[in-house]
Design a protein around this ligand. Structure first.
Ligand code: MG
Ligand code: ZN
Length: 223
């Protein structure tokens, strides 16, 4: 019998993720891992971001789904280069999947690569994908208690985007409650409240992200 400890798998993932990050740095590609539950509005947020990001930023997307290519088709429809990963049952992306997906891109033609993770608040928290930023997306309809129930994913995120804020008047969602939890779990991570469909709050989120991309490329210097 062979037993492979989960700890060892995670260690291998971390190692591969570090190599990926190095590769992204060398190619000047800024990478963002988007996590959140199924239906939180991750893909709709991406569509809204692409409409707001500066034209000088050349984006691409890796879509992670258990099956199908519905989200990738949405990216193709707005002209964003996309690679779909089908995990065939696996409930999160790992660094090996990303390493294989990025081979499909010409990284010299990309400035900002989004990885839309499989919808899941649990094990996505444990898998570094070589990203520079992780953004957690939480919709108002999921409830304001999620950071208490799934602390790891919130703790490891560099920003929280609360989506479907236009629905808040019809729901029991208290933004102050989640803000207090974020302050405890990830005190340096900003919170954005948006309606990706209606556009509310999107400029602030897009500006913040553009600033992060610019900050990184300035730090590395223009070659
Ligand atoms: Mg999606
Ligand atoms: Zn999983």
């Amino acid at each position: 019998m062979k037993i492979v400890a989960a700890k060892r798998i995670l260690k291998m993932n971390d190692q591969l993720a570090a190599e990926l990050r190095d590769k992204f740095d060398k190619s000047s590609v800024f990478v963002v891992n988007i996590v959140g539950s199924p239906g939180a509005g991750k893909t709709t947020l991406l569509e809204a971001l692409f409409a707001k990001l500066q034209n000088s930023i050349r984006p691409a997307v890796i879509e992670g789904d258990i099956a199908g290519s519905i989200d990738a088709e949405r990216m193709e429809a707005i002209g964003v280069p996309v690679v779909q990963i089908n995990t065939e049952g696996a409930c999160h992306l790992d660094a090996a999947m990303i390493a294989s997906a990025v081979q499909e891109f010409d990284l010299t033609k990309i400035d900002l690569l989004f990885i839309e993770n499989v919808g899941n608040l649990v094990c996505t928290a444990g898998f570094d994908l070589g990203e520079h930023l992780r953004i957690i997306v939480l919709s108002t309809s999921e409830g304001d208690d999620k950071a208490v129930k799934y602390p790891a994913i919130f703790q490891g995120s560099d920003a929280l985007v609360i989506t479907k804020i236009d629905l808040a008047p019809y729901l029991n969602f208290n933004p102050l409650r989640i803000a207090a939890d974020m302050k405890r779990l990830a005190p340096n991570s900003p919170i954005f409240q948006v309606s990706a469909l209606k556009g509310e709050g999107m400029p602030a989120a897009a500006d913040w992200l553009s600033a992060r991309v610019a900050e990184k490329s300035n730090r590395e210097g223009v070659v």
